[in-house]
Design a binder for this molecule. Structure first.
Ligand SMILES: CC(C)(COP(=O)(O)OP(=O)(O)OC[C@H]1O[C@@H](n2cnc3c(N)ncnc32)[C@H](O)[C@@H]1OP(=O)(O)O)[C@@H](O)C(=O)NCCC(=O)NCCS
Length: 172
């Protein structure tokens, strides 16, 4: 099992964009499938932010997570950057991959010198809280209640240790 920058997984861009757009397209104005695909193509050009990490085993795509400069425009006044687009395909859920991806994104943010990382979530406050994220604010996005949470990446890595090298190669 490996976590790598999406630049090493160009074939994943189209399936990931379809998943992401299907899951969150309704939350954003003007975020078409083409826009989701273009974002991931852009992320594939760098490992610095904004970028996307991909979890895979052999040829199987097990999920992805993004580190974004801007997520929802309506929440941009809260600060930057954001963890977003965490996705594990339905058939792979419940095996710890979501947790691995979040911790890997936090470790990558620490490596990139991010002092405070935020996210917003509709349903998964408890999931993120179990991974060390703190509640910042309850608000709404297009009328949908959301929770804004944050974490200090360097503190989290100091607490949990960095992911093992075997599963972790996004930096080179
Ligand atoms: C959220 C998501 C990434 C979780 O992925 P996953 O691989 O199933 O999660 P994990 O197996 O790593 O779960 C880790 C732990 O969190 C728990 N957990 C998962 N979802 C949870 C939730 N909604 N609330 C509370 N706990 C949750 C699991 O039971 C597990 O607990 P355990 O370690 O005690 O067994 C996945 O369900 C998904 O892709 N959902 C659709 C997209 C989405 O909602 N993304 C999040 C946007 S904020």
């Amino acid at each position: 099992m490996h976590i790598e920058a999406i630049g090493r997984h160009l074939a994943c861009i189209e399936p990931l964009a379809r998943w992401h757009h299907g899951e969150w397209g309704a939350l954003y104005d003007d975020w078409t499938l083409e826009a989701a695909t273009a974002e991931l193509r852009d992320h594939a050009t760098r490992t610095t932010l904004p970028t996307t990490l991909v979890l895979s085993e052999d040829d199987a795509l097990l999920g992805s997570v993004s580190l974004l400069i801007e997520d929802a425009p309506a929440l941009q006044d809260r600060g930057s950057p954001w963890l977003g687009s965490l996705f594990v395909p339905p058939e792979a859920r419940g095996r710890g991959y979501g947790k691995i991806l979040v911790d890997a994104a936090v470790a990558h943010a620490a490596h990139e010198g991010v002092a405070l990382l935020r996210l917003f979530t509709l349903w998964h406050e408890d999931f993120y809280a179990s991974l060390g994220w703190q509640l910042e604010e309850r608000t709404s996005l297009h009328g949908t209640p959301v929770v804004i949470m944050s974490i200090r990446p360097a503190q989290r890595v100091a607490h949990t240790g960095a992911p093992s090298d075997a599963a972790w190669t996004p930096h080179d």
